[in-house]
Design a protein. Structure first.
Ligand SMILES: [Zn+2]
Length: 127
């Protein structure tokens, strides 16, 4: 069990994670409800090709956002699971304690700053 966080810090981070989980789940539910039927009908009938193209673009942005939010939501859920299991706040790469300041900024963080930077660099080299 990771003990570098005080009870108060853990409670604060847990509350933050639960808040994020609720916010993300709510946004995703609203999005998967999707456009109303009236909007879809309007789209089919849209005569102005430029308007249609613009709507298409907006939808693509919406999809990318949803994917991002889905990923964040799953990270938040995993962080909450780690909290329950007493593994929260430990770097998944090097096993060090992730400082509270970093967790406060990004409560679902899996890695310490050093390992995160390294993982980011690896991703960039790969991509
Ligand atoms: Zn690390």
């Amino acid at each position: 069990m990771s003990t570098h966080l005080t009870v108060g810090q853990r409670a604060l981070l847990e509350a933050e994670l639960q808040q994020r989980q609720r916010a993300l789940a709510g946004r995703l539910a609203a999005q998967s409800g999707g456009e109303s039927r009236a909007e879809q009908a309007h789209e089919v009938l849209a005569q102005d090709a430029r308007e249609a193209a613009q709507r298409e673009g907006e939808r693509e942005v919406g999809v990318a956002l949803t994917e991002l939010e889905e990923r964040e939501l799953s990270e938040v859920r995993q962080a909450l699971a780690r909290l329950r299991e007493g593994r929260y706040g430990r770097c998944s790469a090097c096993g060090c304690d992730i400082p509270f300041e970093r967790l406060k900024a990004e409560p679902q963080a899996l890695r310490c700053i050093g390992c995160e930077a390294e993982a980011e660099a690896t991703r960039r080299r790969a991509g």
